[in-house]
Ligand binder design. Structure first.
Ligand SMILES: NC(=O)c1ccc[n+]([C@@H]2O[C@H](COP(=O)([O-])OP(=O)(O)OC[C@H]3O[C@@H](n4cnc5c(N)ncnc54)[C@H](O)[C@@H]3O)[C@@H](O)[C@H]2O)c1
Length: 438
């Protein structure tokens, strides 16, 4: 019986793991599986990543360099772009991107392509789990038929299929892949039991089983939409507070003294990252199939998407007070990563901010200690390599767009003519007249 056979293999650490997509989510997961003693093969279409892993070289901030190299040395971890090796694995986690297309619609092509590649080599007795964030229904309506038709196998009898959302929080000092609770929903009770057992054998966090992949897919979207909406709320409040002459940050600090029923979220120049700005769009798209409008989500996205433009309006006003025009003003944007202390700039509001400033003919540079250059809409942008008092003094305005902890705030405040702080990074410098807070 498939269930007993797989449970025994898990217990005896005889499972060979395949992780498809070796990015921010897939590489840490592959490392955890290998650390737990499972032989693990990573699959990626990018030859560069495959070579780096096989050379024992790490390229993801949340992975410890020495752990990766030790696992490669011990032959517990390897990588390939050859999907024929799928036939050698018993457990497959799919961690490929789920972005939006140019019309803000789900781009599910990576999930389709990887499922098709897997299906050609899928063998009896394998567990397949989709981990990419996506709309409810993807696993059963899209992945299952691709795997069945490509392999000729039957889901539930020949192989198990489920969904288990990834909850990686890049840069989080406490929660990482190993100790974050995980939700598992598979097609059929046996599949859920076995896939949950597999995760339990590797991770320390609770493994919470749900009745179907769709429940697990929806709960992931709920997590991210919850953040999206609450950030939308404080962004709206922030815009109103400015008109009323009240500090939104002081209001939030006061509200969070309530020990129950309130969780603090903060305004900013817009949403960033591969999850919070994108996942709600997956739900609004799917909802339309049911003639349903997710109006609360769409409203919050309207507010959040407006924040870079709102920051430009504020920039105009700040410069105006200095009797300067935005055109030809020298502006330094501090931080292009979408959040502090990481090197990921996907969907970062800084990119939109810089684009808008350039459109207004400002002279814009950026500095990010983690990102030397970035690509946006087909163009490459290169930052300045260092900041010091001499460099800072040259600018009419500094915009703190990402509050990396490594900034020398004292030096920045002492040398800048004017600072627009969109992250409340300078909360300790309240008395300085050259700071304007979002
Ligand atoms: N980054 C995060 O913080 C985070 C957190 C939670 C969930 N997620 C979700 O996890 C998924 C992956 O995100 P990520 O940040 O790891 O993306 P990523 O871009 O860092 O990594 C994805 C990897 O998949 C590879 N890939 C693309 N097509 C492939 C194919 N057909 N076969 C094999 N490999 C392929 C890419 O080359 C890349 O290395 C997304 O759905 C995302 O929404 C991401």
């Amino acid at each position: 019986m498939l269930k007993t056979k797989l449970l025994n293999k898990i217990k005896n650490k005889e499972i060979v793991v395949g992780v498809v997509g070796l990015g921010y989510v897939g590489l840490p997961l592959a490392v955890e599986k290998a650390k737990a003693g499972f032989k693990t093969i990573g699959f990626d279409v990018q030859e560069e990543k495959v070579s780096l892993v096989n050379d024992g070289k790490n390229y993801i901030g949340d992975v410890v360099d020495s752990e990766l190299s030790n696992l490669v040395e011990k032959h517990l971890l390897s990588a390939t772009s050859d999907f024929s090796f799928i036939k050698n694995v018993d457990f497959i986690a799919i961690c490929v991107p789920t972005p939006l297309d140019s019309h803000q619609q789900p781009d599910i092509s990576y999930v389709k392509a990887s499922s098709e590649a897997i299906s050609k080599h899928l063998r009896k007795g394998t567990m397949v789990v989709l981990e990419s964030s996506t709309y409810p229904g993807t696993t059963e309506e899209l992945v299952k038929p691709i795997l069945e038709s490509g392999s000729g196998l039957v889901c539930g009898t020949d192989f198990y299929l489920g969904f288990s959302p990834e909850r990686v929080d890049p840069g989080n000092a406490f929660y990482h892949t190993k100790n974050t609770p995980k939700v598992v929903g598979a097609i059929g009770d046996e599949a859920t039991e076995v896939i949950a057992a597999m995760y339990r054998s590797v991770l320390d966090g609770d493994i919470h089983e749900v009745s179907s992949p769709a429940v697990a897919e929806m709960e992931k979207i709920l997590e991210n939409t919850y953040r999206n909406i609450n950030i939308g709320l404080v962004n709206e409040l922030c815009m109103l507070c400015e008109k009323m002459g009240i500090s939104a940050w002081e209001v939030i600090d006061a509200a969070k003294t309530k020990p129950f029923g309130y969780q603090a979220f903060y305004p900013g120049p817009g949403l960033g990252g591969h999850c919070i700005p994108l996942d709600p769009y997956y739900l609004t798209w799917k909802a339309r199939e049911y003639g349903f409008h997710t109006s609360m989500i769409e409203n919050s996205m309207i507010i959040n998407d407006k924040m870079p433009e709102y920051c430009i309006e504020r920039t105009y006003k700040i410069l105006n007070k200095q009797e300067k025009a935005l055109k030809n003003s020298k502006i330094l944007v501090l931080g292009v990563a979408y959040k502090n202390d990481i090197d990921d700039y996907r969907e970062s509001p800084s990119l939109k901010l810089i684009e808008l400033l350039l459109k207004e003919d400002a002279e814009v540079s950026f500095y990010d200690p983690y990102i030397a250059e970035y690509k946006f809409k087909g163009k490459t942008y290169t930052g300045i390599t260092d900041i010091n008092p001499k460099v800072i003094e040259e600018y009419d305005l500094l915009i703190i767009a990402t509050s990396h902890k490594v900034y020398d705030l004292n030096m920045i405040v002492e040398s800048a003519k004017m600072i627009f702080d969109t992250r409340n990074a300078l909360s300790e410098y309240k008395d300085y007249a050259n700071i304007e807070l979002l």
